[in-house]
Design a protein around this ligand. Structure first.
Ligand code: MLT
Length: 428
């Protein structure tokens, strides 16, 4: 017999079905709560609210488990490639050799963007944050491919939009950076793999020869895999809710980029390095800042420590820490900011105060460090996160569409003024 949960309110009993997922997580299905009892639930931040059922990513915050479509993140990071993981997330299965080749070929074929998008880029001041530029250019695709506005497009047309997004994102991301630097943009080099092409567009200058470092390219590929999906986080929920209104896929992804931008979400990796630089500028005394972090009257907050859903450790951080150590050793990076990071990391892992509060270094802490070591400028860190998260957003948008999910429309408990009469201005 299926389980149910009972609610008593004002002498009435109500019963709601309990649904159980494939990993035995249970949820009370309250879809009929308001209709039967007149009540709604109140859950600011949605920490106890499942917005959907999803077959894409499984995450167990207590045990530190993360799986894409059932595959362990540890295995994918070690054995797979970012494009293979993108295919897995979006289409549900690992691709065969032939499927992988087709997918990669299609993506490579669509890397160029319409020349007129350059005019949009040129309209931005050079101090524009690249996240704002990126989200604007992605949204501009609605104008260049207006068919995307039709909610009843064929699967084939939807698929073409998906390919275009993955193909053009590195072009847009690097163009946002070039605009900031005042350098001419580079065009894609379709003889290169996804990450090498990104690096070349990002760093090559017309005046100098640029060779992609395979160590950097491999490290970047791993980082993108680790960021590719994270179930119903803020930006993914944004993509799903915008998409639920049947807005274009490009508009939905653009909204996800904006949600990711904030320092409490993807912007945290930028905040980590800014914090480390501030500590260095103040004499580099990590201990002083650890004490500040412990002092509840001090507004200072350690960035890149702890996680909303992982209670003991972030499995991505474990993988990325090892990758960071390898890359720093291989590239022979010597950077005082990274020394401060090591001190903070050591303290957080050994000091009872941080252990008790589950303030262990998270994925943003190590990704900031590794991006810096790879030569990526600080304000591009969140753009790198967006590049990695793109296939996850797309997979979640596609699932929302295929499930025929209704428009997202939360309710509220109103706490404002009761009905009152309008007071004319001369009587206020
Ligand atoms: C993410 O990867 O999206 C972040 O860790 C944030 C989250 O899951 O809430």
């Amino acid at each position: 017999m299926s389980e149910s949960a009972k609610l008593s309110f004002k002498g009435q009993d109500y019963e709601f079905p309990v649904i159980t997922g494939t990993e035995n997580e249970s949820a009370i299905d309250i879809a009929k709560l308001r209709a039967t009892s007149g009540l709604i639930t109140l859950d600011p931040g949605y920490k106890n609210t499942g917005a959907t059922t999803s077959a894409i990513t499984f995450l167990d915050g207590e045990e530190g488990i993360l799986r894409y479509r059932g595959y362990r993140i540890e295995d994918l990071a070690e054995k797979s490639t970012f494009l293979e993981v993108s295919y897995l997330l979006i289409y549900g299965e690992l691709p065969t050799q032939a499927q992988y080749e087709d997918f990669s070929k299609e993506i490579t074929h669509h890397t160029l963007v319409h020349e007129d998008i350059k005019k949009i880029l040129e309209g931005f001041p050079s101090n524009a944050h690249p996240m704002g530029v990126l989200s604007s250019m992605i949204c501009a695709l609605t104008a260049f491919y207006p068919d995307s506005l039709n909610p009843n497009r064929s699967e084939e047309e939807v698929n073409l939009s998906i390919i275009r997004l993955i193909a053009k994102m590195p072009t847009f991301a690097t163009w946002a950076y070039k605009n900031e630097m005042g350098h001419p943009v580079n065009y894609p080099d379709n003889s290169l793999d996804y990450c090498s092409n990104f690096l070349k567009m990002m760093f090559a200058l017309p005046a100098e020869k640029y060779d992609v470092d395979p160590i950097v390219s491999a490290a970047l590929d791993k980082l993108l895999i680790l960021h590719a999906d994270h179930e119903q986080n803020c930006s993914t929920s944004t993509v799903r809710i915008v998409g639920s209104s049947q807005a274009s896929i490009y508009a939905s992804i653009s909204a996800g980029i904006n949600a990711l931008w904030g320092p409490l979400h993807g912007g945290a990796n930028q905040s980590v390095i800014e914090m480390l630089e501030a500590i260095k500028a103040d004499g580099g005394d990590a201990k002083k800042y650890l004490d500040k972090a412990k002092d509840k009257n001090d507004p200072f907050r350690l960035m890149g420590f702890g996680h909303r859903v992982y209670k003991n450790f972030d499995p991505r951080a474990k993988i990325i820490k090892k990758a960071a150590d390898d890359v720093l050793a291989k590239l022979g990076v010597n950077d005082p900011v990274l020394d401060i990071a090591k001190e903070l990391e050591h303290a957080a892992l050994n000091d009872q105060y941080f252990i008790d509060r589950q303030l262990y270094p998270n994925v943003d802490f190590y990704s900031g460090i590794i991006y810096r070591a790879l030569g990526i400028p600080t304000d591009m860190f969140t753009v790198m996160f967006a590049l990695g998260r793109l296939p996850g957003w797309i997979a979640q948008w596609k699932e929302m569409r295929e499930n025929g999910e209704p428009i997202g429309r939360p309710r509220q408990v109103y706490t404002g003024a009761n009905e009152r009469d309008y007071v004319s201005m001369n009587k206020r």
